[in-house]
Unconditional design. Structure first.
Length: 276
């Protein structure tokens, strides 16, 4: 099975989705399963993982409805308040809905660089393991020191870093990011998504060569068994259509073995998110 391990759906709301500014006009509209289905088919992708873009349980319900009504939506990474004293109750509720595989918090938007180290948040993350939930780590490079401490706190929790931790590709900054990624990758329970790259580059004038140093780094650090392809559709449309962003990964992994390629393009995501 080939899987796009990271994409989003939304019904655009200018208040709730204020992060989608007027400069992002191409994505200031609804994006629903019917919009993605033909793109996946054309790209030879069998299924996808729908990831939260809004921090509410209403968002998790919305994504669950998308998955229940469309067989190709294989898993949901939703949102729940991991800081809440009622988190155990809420996780038990979501555990009864098997298409919900894990959760994410938009840590990149938190002003506290050490948000991931908050005691209440870590109590919530520690509760995920009971139900076999995964956790997606969404951060900027300057938050990676906290990520290193965070992943050490949860050695048995399946974790995945979204978008290579958003390296500064446009600025061609790589040194500090590389050192931190390598340290984090030493921990075998941490995975990484090959996603979200085009929007960290020059939106109008990127080249595939721009991404190679960053892709080389994560392949060496994590190995092919802990990498997974994700489109970050529809956000990727700010810089590339579905086929063009996928070609970056296809071309990069072209020299790998058949089993390594099939892992990156679906097998690893299926194992991580328990997709059958």
């Amino acid at each position: 099975m080939t899987i796009d391990a990271h994409q989003h759906f939304w019904r655009f709301d200018p208040v709730r989705d204020a992060w989608i500014t007027e400069e992002m006009n191409v994505i200031r509209r609804d994006f629903l399963p019917a919009d993605l289905a033909p793109l996946l088919k054309a790209a030879g992708i069998d299924g996808c993982v729908a990831v939260q873009a809004d921090q509410s349980e209403a968002e998790t319900h919305f994504l669950l409805e998308c998955a229940q009504g469309n067989d190709f939506v294989k898993a949901v990474v939703g949102w729940v308040d991991l800081r809440s004293p009622d988190v155990a109750e809420r996780l038990a509720y979501w555990a009864e809905r098997p298409l919900v595989k894990g959760f994410r918090h938009i840590v990149q938007g938190e002003p506290d660089d050490k948000f991931l180290l908050r005691e209440d948040f870590n109590n919530g993350v520690a509760a995920l393991k009971k139900h076999g939930f995964t956790y997606d780590i969404l951060v900027f490079p300057h938050q990676l020191p906290a990520v290193e401490q965070f992943v050490e706190k949860h050695p048995e929790q399946p974790l995945v870093i979204d978008h290579l931790a958003k390296p500064y590709i446009k600025k061609k900054e790589i040194g500090d990011w590389t050192k931190q990624i390598r340290r984090i990758a030493r921990m075998p329970h941490v995975h990484c998504k090959l996603s979200g790259m085009v929007t960290e580059a020059d939106l109008q004038d990127w080249k595939e060569a721009d991404f190679r140093p960053y892709l080389d780094t994560v392949l060496e650090a994590f190995g092919p068994g802990r990498l997974m392809y994700g489109s970050d559709w529809p956000v990727c449309l700010l810089a590339a259509d579905y086929a063009r962003q996928k070609a970056i990964v296809d071309n990069f992994i072209g020299s790998l073995s058949a089993s390594e390629k099939s892992g990156i393009m679906g097998g690893n995501a299926a194992a991580f998110y328990h997709i059958s």
